[in-house]
Design a protein around this ligand. Sequence first.
Ligand SMILES: *[C@@H]1O[C@H](CO)[C@@H](O)[C@H](O)[C@H]1NC(C)=O
Ligand SMILES: *[C@@H]1O[C@H](CO)[C@@H](O)[C@H](O)[C@H]1NC(C)=O
Length: 182
Amino acid sequence: MAIFGSVPVLITFSVLSCFLTSPPPLVSATAADRTELATQVCKNTTNFAFCHDAIYSDPRAPDADRYVLSYIAFGKAYSNATDTKDYIASKIKSGGGKPETLLGLKKCLGYYEEAVRVLAEMLGNLDSETFSGLDKLSVEAEGYPRACEKRFGGRSPITTRNDNLIELANICYVVAKLYEYH
Ligand SMILES: *[C@@H]1O[C@H](CO)[C@@H](O)[C@H](O)[C@H]1NC(C)=O
Ligand SMILES: *[C@@H]1O[C@H](CO)[C@@H](O)[C@H](O)[C@H]1NC(C)=O
């Protein structure tokens, strides 16, 4: 009985000493850094305005931590890549353009299928909380629209779409870097 009786006293003491010894961490963190993480991330991308528009189109952006931000960025890149993949497929199906354009588009379709695969893997890794390697996968995802554009010597019929995915993948890269512990 004597042993059990002393336990609540000990707990009370540790809770009290906790309050007495540690500074208020939440307050100091908020005061030190008022810039939203999403904005901080966009400042580290190649195109701040593009990033800001893309990320803040999601209502979760202002309060997003790196995990939520990852879902926003990877999700945007994934749906963008999927949409462009479908767009290329429909262009090929309608057979429009010169034979060499058609050939290039077929090549690009393959690249976009790879981009979609990589971005799906990244979203899967978020689900399973596998954070290492997300930066490398982002770089890989960025390589596919670049390869598509290169296939056309920088004058593809989908330059804007390629640029969109290049910049979205760049946002993914900056977000992925947030998981590096220094
Ligand atoms: C921005 O980049 C700097 C320099 O590489 C880095 O120290 C910082 O952690 C980055 N911040 C964000 C939010 O990406
Ligand atoms: C792809 O991303 C760009 C830039 O954020 C946006 O303007 C465009 O609407 C997006 N397309 C899709 C289908 O998400």
